[in-house]
Design a protein. Structure first.
Length: 133
């Protein structure tokens, strides 16, 4: 049986580097965002998760869909897939790790071995678009 984890992610690229987060006790970095709560839209999830994890407020009027990616989920049994809907958006406030986030890191295309399979697909796409160094 295939299980899908439905996640929403924020794509924030500055000068060829993408913002990623690392949770406490984890080695792998991931794109900021998280799982949808029952009844939430993609926008609701994005706004809530980014504020909880990064202490900033996404500006809803600037949200634009980048793409949806699917791959084997990291650290889960075989047959568990993650479906990640990714969005660009502007924000206000000062980026600061909160909740379970231990650190924020800026990664380049060369750092893609530090992220999950689904994030590697996103890094590939951004690199092809000349957005990621």
């Amino acid at each position: 049986m295939i299980t899908k984890i439905d996640k929403i992610a924020w794509i924030h690229v500055v000068k060829g580097q993408i913002l990623c987060a690392r949770s406490k006790g984890k080695e792998i970095c991931y794109l900021p965002g998280g799982k949808r709560e029952p009844g939430e839209t993609d926008t609701d999830t994005l706004l809530r998760e980014i504020e909880e994890e990064l202490s900033v407020r996404i500006k809803p009027e600037t949200i634009s869909h980048f793409g949806t990616f699917e791959a084997e989920a990291h650290d889960k049994p075989e047959g568990v897939l993650v479906k990640m809907s990714c969005y660009f958006a502007d924000f206000e406030g000062e980026l600061s790790p909160a909740s379970e986030i231990e650190e924020l890191v800026w990664l380049t295309y060369q750092d893609r071995d530090r992220v999950s399979s689904v994030s590697q697909m996103i890094f590939e796409q951004l690199h092809e678009m000349k957005r990621l160094s």
